[in-house]
Design a protein around this ligand. Structure first.
Ligand code: KIV
Length: 286
């Protein structure tokens, strides 16, 4: 039997190379092994184990309650399932703001869990942290604009960089992060012209979300794009309705159980090993 073809995993350096070659980068969040398997098979370049885990999966109001243990567990699940995509894991709130040693220790934990890079939120103030992570062999992705871990200070999910002063600051932050060695910069909720200017100025790709069409790539929260989020942000687009599909499947299952149509005799455990085909003459489960 021929060996299954293994594909070379995307690296942080590849992001710069692919982007310089004119390829728009495709990134998506994922939190579990099945999600990672599907996104990887769909050919995305980057899978982010985002701390949006808090809102998307854990039912929290924001990302502030997400812990390192949460991130390690979900990073392990995603990294174990993704074969080609670059797996980036978010450093959660208070895992790096408290000091450089904490950042390196926690970044290292995420790499040990299988991530190939970590993402942190913030600008020039985090240059020493980005450099220390780099020295420790931990590639970093930056995140500017609306930074959800600062939601209390920012007063909600608001567009950042509207005024000339804050736009200038964001441009300086992007240049400082690029010089410090980040592999890419996520720009979240930034006016389109500002995102376009930053993308033209910095030496690393930008990955936009709510930042218009002129970034080097795009990221969406998986649940927004597959129709599993209760509310779709205006800057996202839904490409499917997995929520409706799951609801219909569970309804049909409930109807079958209540009507005695499932399980049938063929669904009795008969000593076959997991995954073995059904013996001839017996119906496969529908
Ligand atoms: O946590 C997350 O999902 C993110 C993306 C929105 C960029 O940081």
């Amino acid at each position: 039997m021929p060996e299954p073809q293994r594909v070379a995993p995307v690296t942080v350096r590849d992001l710069v190379r692919l982007s310089a070659a004119g390829r728009r980068l495709v990134a998506v969040t994922a939190y579990t092994a099945p999600e990672a398997r599907l996104c990887d098979a769909a050919g995305v370049d980057v899978i982010l184990v985002g701390d949006s885990l808090g809102n998307a999966v854990l039912g929290l109001a924001d990302t502030l309650g997400v812990t390192m243990d949460d991130m390690v567990r979900h990073t392990r699940a995603v990294a174990g399932a993704a074969q080609r995509a670059l797996v980036v894991a978010d450093l959660p709130f208070l895992s790096y703001q408290t000091g450089i040693a904490d950042a390196v220790r926690n970044g290292g934990r995420l790499l040990q869990a299988g991530a190939s890079a970590v993402k942190l939120e913030g600008g020039s103030a985090y240059v020493p942290t980005v450099e220390a992570l780099g020295h420790a062999g931990i590639p970093v992705i930056g995140h500017l604009g609306f930074t959800p871990q600062s939601v209390r200070r920012l007063g909600g999910p608001r567009v950042q960089g509207r005024e000339s002063g804050s736009a200038e600051e964001l441009r300086r932050d992007a240049a400082a992060l690029a010089a410090a060695g980040v592999g890419a910069i996520v720009l979240e909720m930034v006016p389109g012209p500002l995102a376009q200017a930053v993308t033209a100025e910095v030496s690393v790709p930008t990955i936009g979300i709510g930042a218009g069409p002129d970034c080097s790539g795009q990221i969406l929260v998986l649940y927004d794009l597959v129709g599993l989020s209760p509310r779709l942000p205006h800057f996202a687009r839904s490409y499917g309705d997995a929520g409706a599909e799951i609801g219909r499947a569970v309804e049909r299952y409930a109807e079958d159980v209540r009507a005695g149509r499932f399980p049938g005799p063929e669904h009795t455990h008969d000593g076959r090993r997991w995954g073995e085909p059904h013996p001839p003459g017996r119906d496969a489960p529908s």
